[in-house]
Design a binder for this molecule. Structure first.
Ligand code: S3P
Length: 456
């Protein structure tokens, strides 16, 4: 029998964890969990479509489970079958019902921004909140465009959660130019446009991940993407289409693959294959950077899965050199800077990562968190404006530090990986946020030979 939402025995994440150099190189094959961005979108579009959507490879992390619970609270049927597929019985576009309690989206910015988009064109009131990290994050960036559809918001100062949203009963389509390169804002506007008569257009000066556009097309919506020189992409969704359930296969998350990948590069002698990694071109900035730094990464068995390019990545350890990473690359690797900075700390020479303003409004202020954590581990690091500069010393970082993860899964995983290469062990104060995106991170790394110790 399908159960209603709980994944099979989710790995329990301890709070403090210690990473030390393993006795032997990392080796073996690992498959990372499903892509977080695609998983959220598959559940949302499945819930809005007519019919049953079958999802293979859904990420069963806390963030995605929060989206599932929210959609279920508004009437969608969402169950996990025994074979691991997720089955979504959609309510049809505009068919969501008022939830009878507060929607708690935990740590997930993507769930919050995208669902506010969906709610903006559903004429009822919902109350939305999240954990301490999500309640600090700016929602004004979606409230501004969504208000133009006619939705009303009452939030805390700066538009922060908890907030109440009342969707427009007669939504008006908009044309909106993104003031920040954010796939979440783009997606919120497109999702609001989905249940709005007429054409809604987002103008995107800098390309961001395009999973929403791809999936809207996959479900039968009419979506037009035009490239305008000097302007960027104009993405138009035709409102109120017949949205039809469609099967989805979720590829492995490149943002999760990044952690075992960099671990394999910096633990001498390692040879690791990471299977089934999504290689959507809007997500591959990290691979490009690491290749420029001299990393040995072979893309094997390239293929398509669920409308997205995927490959197996064979990664072998070797010396890395510093690189200059342009700001224009940031949207294609926005979640990868914590782990890129770890690779840079183990490289020879200076790495400059430019244009990182958006890192300040992630699950934590990542720009500050990376710089402070690296400094504690004996790495020379500076922040100049929105740029991060890491001086790689061509020898292992000292380590021997305690890192505060600040409810940020990627800070937690990045510093555990640093501990695998450092002279002295690295301790993180709280590993629990890792379960938001990569619940099997600890056992997967252990299978490759990296054992993280719980504190006695
Ligand atoms: C995401 C977009 C990015 C990214 C986040 C997932 C998405 O956020 O950091 O982890 O699924 O659209 P921004 O759109 O705020 O850059």
């Amino acid at each position: 029998m399908p159960d209603d939402h709980t994944p099979s025995a989710p790995a329990k994440m301890p709070s403090a964890l210690i990473a030390a150099r393993p006795a032997a190189p990392l080796a073996g094959v690992a498959a990372v969990p499903g892509d977080k961005s695609i998983s959220h979108r598959a559940l949302m579009l499945g819930a809005l479509a007519v019919g049953r959507t079958e999802i293979k490879g859904l990420l069963e992390g806390e963030d995605v489970l929060a989206t599932a619970a929210a959609l279920r609270a508004m009437g969608a049927g969402i169950v996990r079958a025994e074979d691991g597929r997720w089955l979504v019985d959609g309510v049809g576009l505009g068919g969501l019902a008022e939830p009878d309690d507060v929607i708690d989206l935990g740590n997930s910015g993507t769930a919050a921004r995208l669902l506010l988009g969906v709610l903006a064109s559903h004429p009822f009131t919902a109350f939305v909140t999240g954990d301490a990290s999500l309640r600090r994050r700016p929602m004004g960036r979606v409230i501004t465009p969504l208000s133009r559809f006619g939705a009303q918001f009452r939030g805390r100062e700066g538009g922060r959660l908890p907030l109440a949203v009342t969707g427009a009963s007669n939504p008006i389509p908009i044309v909106y130019q993104l003031p920040v390169p954010s796939a979440q804002v783009k997606s919120a506007v497109l999702l609001a446009g989905l249940n709005t008569p007429g054409a809604t257009t987002v103008v995107e000066p800098q390309a961001t991940r395009d999973h929403t556009e791809r999936m809207l097309g996959h479900f039968g919506a009419k979506i037009i993407v035009e490239a305008e020189p000097g302007v960027g992409k104009r993405i138009t969704v035709e409102g109120q289409p017949e949205l039809i359930a469609a099967p989805i296969t979720v590829p492995g998350d490149p943002s999760s693959a990044a952690f075992p990948l960099v671990a394999a590069l910096i633990v001498p002698g390692s040879d690791v294959t990471i299977a089934n990694v999504g290689l959507n071109p809007s997500r591959t900035g990290l691979l490009l950077c690491l290749q420029e730094m001299g990393a040995d990464i072979a893309l094997e068995n390239r293929r398509e899965a669920g409308g997205e390019p995927v490959a197996d990545l064979r990664v072998r350890a070797g010396p890395l050199k510093g690189a200059d990473i342009p700001a224009s690359r940031a949207p294609s690797m926005i979640d990868e800077y914590p782990i890129l900075a770890v690779a840079a700390a183990c490289a020879r020479g200076r790495t400059v990562m430019r244009g990182l303003a958006e890192l300040r409004v992630k699950e934590s202020d990542r720009l500050a968190g990376i710089a402070e954590g690296l400094a504690r581990c004996g790495v020379r690091v500076t922040v100049e404006g929105d740029d991060l500069i890491v001086e790689g010393a061509d020898h292992a970082p000292a380590g021997g530090a305690m890192i505060e993860t600040q409810l940020d899964h990627r800070i937690a995983m990045a510093f555990l990986v640093l501990g695998l290469a450092a002279d002295q062990p690295v301790r993180i104060d709280d590993a629990r946020p890792i379960a938001t995106s990569f619940p099997d991170f600890v056992p997967l790394m252990a299978r490759l030979g990296a054992v993280f110790r719980e504190e006695a």
